[in-house]
Design a binder for this molecule. Structure first.
Ligand code: SDX
Length: 427
């Protein structure tokens, strides 16, 4: 099959240059511009890299126009319905669903790493009582690299694998410790007789004075939430992990960089911002109409939180699944039905609004997730921690893929310089 190319013609010099078009399994091809500067003397300009392919990846595929999300080829709605979070972790890390034996071995391996060094407890207790859990999480995950000197050689595949297992196993423990510290409650050790999600709920809500009565409905809802948030291609935090890791930084430092990026309200912090927005409408008397008007006002920095997406120009398939989960669970979980009803009303109002329809702004994964998390009694300042806990497997899977990529090199974007022309220092 002949190689597809694109010809670039410089209309000042008249010189034409052909560039190869690289095609993947699904999705648009990418113009390979590795020799662009050598052949044309120009760079490209793409603020936010919205039109730039940074790597080849076989982990996740998104079709933003059609609202399609595949993980290793499997549609997200099928995974949410049929898989478990640890099976999803195996799939993202290894590329295939596990056999029963592989799944059993993987689950056992993860269980051997659920505890953290006792000094981590002291480390977390060093934070102010009112420290935001995301501040504690980003610091604590970075600090993990001070405990595992035996496995920080990023060129050693075994070191990379045990670090991935440690991160997947320890994030729930650390997340629950951040919550307990914030509440001034004693930390609960992991209970390896419980499955991954039940163990997290145990560490979050059990206290020494009484056991936590597991709710199968809550555990199932959280399992689905973790699956939906596990990975999402080259989003801001995953690209941060890849860029940090491209310098050779250890996996704990690279994941800490991803946690920092996810914290922003335009990214993973949106789930907390959505609830604040809905509560503001509920409590301030601001109507849905005035909220939407503010979101449309270019002089107002306010954006409708939970709406819009860099890639999805259709419904985020995850938002559809979470909305369905809300319908199913709010009664069982004694959830905030009025807040959910308000969210549905806000969504309906945007569907009938030209501004949102013209710009193809639909609810994203964060629009409904806060309602489920609140129904699980998870406080708002822990929402992005939950997102980070789920996305850790996606981040480390991309970090591992990058280190196995023959084209791997340190990330180093260029720029258009707009500063002063060369000048001499005053004599
Ligand atoms: C996540 O990348 C990922 O995959 C992320 C994520 C993942 O799983 O990792 O999916 C998770 O981060 C979801 C997004 C959560 N963030 C929010 O809900 C915050 C609110 N959303 C916006 O901040 C915004 O939509 C972004 C940041 C998500 C996308 O920003 P873009 O790419 O700049 O949006 P755009 O180019 O599509 O905007 C086009 C127009 C602009 O107006 P005009 O200049 O054309 O007049 O739409 C406007 C924007 O101002 N717009 C909004 C809006 N989002 C875009 N206007 C009001 N409210 C909004 N939410």
């Amino acid at each position: 099959m002949t190689q597809k190319t694109i010809t670039l013609t410089d209309n000042t010099s008249g010189k034409s240059t052909d560039f190869d078009v690289l095609e993947g399994t699904h999705g648009p091809g990418c113009i390979a511009i590795k020799n662009l500067y050598k052949d044309t003397g120009y760079f490209t300009y793409d603020p936010g890299y919205g039109m730039t392919g940074s790597c080849k990846s076989s982990i996740t595929f998104i079709n933003g126009e059609e609202g399609i999300l595949l993980h290793r080829g499997y549609p997200i709605d099928q995974l949410a319905e049929k898989s478990s979070y640890l099976e999803m972790c195996y799939l993202l890390l290894n590329g295939e669903l596990p056999t029963d034996t592989e799944a059993s071995d993987f689950n056992s391996t993860i269980k051997t790493h659920t505890m953290v060094h006792e000094n981590i407890r002291d480390f977390i207790n060093g934070f102010r009582y009112d420290a935001h859990p995301m501040a504690m999480l980003v610091g604590t995950v970075g600090a993990l690299s001070s405990f595992y000197h035996d496995s920080l050689d990023i060129n050693n595949p075994e070191h990379r694998e045990i670090s991935a297992h440690r991160l997947i196993a320890k994030l729930p423990t650390i997340a629950s410790y951040c919550y307990k510290h914030h509440r001034g409650l004693p930390f609960m050790y992991p209970d390896n007789d419980l499955d991954y999600v039940q163990n997290f709920l145990h560490m979050m809500f059990a206290v020494p004075a009484q056991d936590y009565v597991q709710s199968p409905v809550a555990a199932k809802a959280l399992e689905v939430m973790l699956i939906l948030h596990a990975d999402h291609e080259q989003n801001a935090s995953t690209s941060t992990v890849r860029l940090a890791g491209s310098s050779g930084a250890n996996p704990f430092a690279s994941i800490a960089a991803g946690i920092a990026s996810l914290w922003g309200p335009a990214h993973g912090g949106a789930n907390e911002a959505v609830i604040n927005m809905l509560e503001n409408i509920e409590q301030s008397g601001e109507t849905i109409a005035t909220t939407i008007a503010r979101a449309k006002d270019k002089d107002d920095p306010f954006r409708l939180m939970g709406f819009g997406h860099r890639v999805y120009k259709n419904f985020d398939p995850r938002a559809k699944i979470i909305a369905k989960l809300c319908h199913e669970l709010l009664d069982d979980l004694d959830g905030d039905q009025p807040l959910f009803d308000l969210a549905l009303e806000l969504e309906q109002a945007t569907l009938n609004d030209e501004y949102f329809q013209e710009r193809r702004l639909y609810p994203n994964v964060d629009f409904y997730s806060g309602i489920i998390l609140r129904a699980l009694n998870i406080p708002m300042n822990m929402f992005t921690v939950m997102f980070a806990m789920a996305r850790t497997v996606g981040w480390i899977s991309h970090w591992m893929e990058m280190h196995n990529d023959p084209e791997f090199r340190i990330g180093r974007p260029r720029q258009i310089y707009t500063g002063p022309a060369k000048r001499d220092y005053p004599s």
